[in-house]
Design a protein. Sequence first.
Length: 489
Amino acid sequence: MSIKKEKLEKFWNYFQKTTSILTLVLMFLVIYSFTVSPSRAEESRSSYNYNFPIIGDTIKYPDFRYASQRAIPAVVNIKTTFTYKNLYYDDFFAPFYDFFNFFGGPRQEQTIIGGGSGVIISADGYIITNNHVVQDAKEIIVTLNDKREFKAKIIGNDASTDLAIIKIDANNLSYLEFGNSDNVEIGEWVLAVGNPFNLTSTVTAGIVSAKARNINILESADAVESFIQTDAAVNPGNSGGALVDIYGNLIGINTAIATKTGAFIGYSFAIPSNLAKKVANDLINYGFVQRPYLGVSVTDINAAVSKKYGIDDTRGVLITAVTPNSAAFKAGLNAGDIILKIDGEELNSASRLLEKINEKNIGDWVTIEYKSKNKIKTTKVQLLNKNGDLKPMKKEEISAQSVLGATFEKPSPDMMAKLKIDHGMQITDIQSGPLQRAGIKKDFIITEIDHNPINSIEDIENALANRKGAILIEGIYPNGMKAYYAFSI
């Protein structure tokens, strides 16, 4: 019995020692799984494409310190002052217009203080921001992260993308370079940097929730909406600020939020950097955007569209119309064709096609793969300007309709007889632009611009040619009420 007891005790001691060793080994393995060597960290990042920075000898993700340090010095606070003068009165005051104008009235004048953010994109003071932040501003004050203040001037703006370039007189500034927004992936961590509610240099984090999002927020006839959607907190004052990746690369310009309260409730939207870069370069070099055109109208293919047109596949975007003599027309594209790819990238939304085209320059070639009558075809298309040629546009060639955000036609003879006028051009549609901002409504008949009679589109364009500062429009509504408006372009 004593021998058996002794063997049992030896076995028990051996078991306890073995268990203790195994426990230590297991603990070591657990600890090692959380702390790896730098070489192992590189291997893991390479294998799984984490793309997160290595700090010390461990991978820590996400870590936003490096991105914040790069972005904050390049994001500025923009303060704007607007003075709205809305000359709007009927026949009672019309005979006394010259008298009132001489003494500065009667007019409603209101000074409004606005604000937003901007991103320095060059060491010599070029700043990109949203058009709605600085549009029609009487004065623009830019405050840098180091609290220095500068007056800024508008170099150019583009209502179609809601982007603008302003300039301050400074050098050796910290700035951000444009990253490649095409490489941004859904689920990727991003930072929004700006000045919400005048809280300077605020950084918030989130992920990319979607790409090529069209939220129908821009009212321009040529609106380009293909936003990067994120859940990084963005609020009033963030407009024009930076959206950066974890390396501090500028991948978007924060522009809008989806909200029912006026404040952030979960989703924000940024203009992709590739589009912003193209617009910025054009505004700096030309003062306006040299916009290329493919010359097609397209729509997304969903279940309803598939049923309507008898399409058995929802891939691609459907061409519903082709502009005569356009780039698409010359390349052989037709209504009913389905664009599947552009430059090798699969397309599933019209907004993405619009984004890709507007990243290009006039004269650039794109490769389009499309389906026509159930056959897959490929063609190369050279993008043209709005006039259908390869020449860079001149500012004076931009039509009055594009500049003013309105379309015009001659009033009917009956209308002119009823109103007792013998000239004028009637507004048939009005969108975002200087006329709408001045308060002019659809159906208004413009009879004079700066006292010059208006009887055609050419008269409007001639009256606006090379004009700067305030412009006076006189006219009449179909109900007989005369009105006068002042605006600037």
